[in-house]
Design a protein around this ligand. Structure first.
Ligand SMILES: [Zn+2]
Length: 378
């Protein structure tokens, strides 16, 4: 049913189109034409204006064929992480790798190729199906900003599948939400040798704050990190400014809030403990913190219709579908936040975001079988 060669060729073509985030016009043109040829009605939304990208998100709708079911959504993304550049996909022993020093871009082009092959098969075999909607988002890799700026009015589907996780026979129902923190500490500069008592060290304030902060794995569903620090001018100057960047993640929105507030409180407490009188005036380092919600958590119930559909399709094929806990944000977090119940399915991609990224053709075939069966059963 599934044509392995056609699927491999499709993947090869997609991988060879350079598509860094916000510079996706070439691949968007290709996909618009490709999905139209499959019978889809293709629209590009206005996300380009909001994101400064070359193109908006691509939305393709396929009318149902003799089946009056609810529309089903498939989500993939067209951008790939850097270093992109000109990718040269090579096939060795049935596995695709990148020939040069670029990623392969199987994330997420394996998912796109599988979806295209599934749509080919459904059409060829004249498998009756309900309406299908496809979103190929831009700029997933730089903060899900395509999905965040998607025109959700273009969609009717209330449930769907994101094809965007590693391995095979896996689905992700839960993924954490995250807050990103940027903190600037302003102390008081002074000559470190002549008059250190006239200064307040921003670096020392930061050190005190971090020293009392809970970081790393907080509990089974919460993590936290200070990932960047920059400040000071020279060894003989009491440093006036320090910038820090960090994050907190949790599957539980309440815990995310608690951890974020804890981190901010650590900075304030450190500033309090560094405050002292200088020239008869109380001086306290100034903490200015910015917290940006990066993405909300997602948690689809084990017995949700979309999960049952995936399980039932896998069972019909004799595939053993396992649930894996997500560790990061993906477009599915955003779709779920917009009321579209979406789980993430594995596409066979491995070692994503590295030069050793790969995907086996057999695994793509395996993943495509599941998509066809999901469409058949929906
Ligand atoms: Zn991805």
């Amino acid at each position: 049913m599934i044509k392995q060669q056609r699927l491999a060729d499709e993947f090869s073509r997609l991988a060879a189109i350079t598509s860094p985030p916000l510079k996706e016009s070439a691949i968007a043109r290709y996909l618009a034409e490709r999905l139209q040829r499959l019978g889809g009605e293709v629209c590009i939304d206005n996300a380009a204006a909001a994101t400064g990208g070359e193109t908006g998100n691509l939305v393709a709708t396929f009318p149902g064929t003799g089946k009056e079911t609810e529309p089903l959504l498939f989500s993939v993304h067209m951008d790939t992480v850097e270093p992109g550049g000109q990718v040269e996909p090579v096939l060795r022993d049935g596995v695709f790798y990148s020939a040069g020093d670029t990623v392969l871009g199987a994330d997420d082009k394996a998912g796109i190729a599988e979806l295209i092959e599934a749509l080919e098969v459904v059409r060829e075999q004249e498998i009756p199906h309900g309406p299908i909607e496809v979103v190929v988002a831009i700029a997933e890799e730089i903060g899900l900003i395509g999905a965040k700026n998607l025109d959700y009015h273009m969609l009717k589907a209330r449930k769907g599948f994101a094809l965007d996780t590693k391995g095979t026979d896996q689905m992700v129902l839960k993924a954490p939400g995250a807050n990103r923190l940027r903190v600037e500490i302003t102390g008081l500069a002074a000559h470190a040798g002549l008059s250190p008592e006239l200064g307040i060290s921003a670096i020392q304030t930061a050190a005190l704050a971090i020293g009392r902060m809970r970081l790393g794995r907080i509990d089974h569903e919460t993590t936290s990190n200070i990932g960047r620090i920059e400040g000071g001018v020279a060894s003989n100057i009491v440093p006036q400014k320090v910038f820090l960047e960090g994050e907190a993640r949790s599957h539980d929105p309440q815990k995310l809030q608690v951890q974020t507030e804890h981190m901010l409180a650590c900075f304030e407490e450190a500033a309090d403990s560094m405050a002292r009188e200088i020239d008869g005036k109380m001086v306290r380092p100034v903490v200015s913190a910015e917290v940006k919600p990066d993405f909300p958590s997602m948690a689809v119930a084990e017995d949700a219709p979309v999960v049952n559909l995936a399980r039932s399709a896998a069972a019909a094929l004799g595939h053993d579908l396992k649930v894996r806990l997500g560790g990061g944000g993906s477009d599915a977090n955003i779709f779920n936040a917009h009321g579209i119940e979406m789980i993430i399915l594995a596409t066979g991609m491995e070692r994503v975001h590295t030069h050793d990224e790969s995907v086996a053709v057999a695994d793509m075939v395996h993943s495509t079988e599941l998509l066809v069966e999901i469409i058949r059963q929906a």
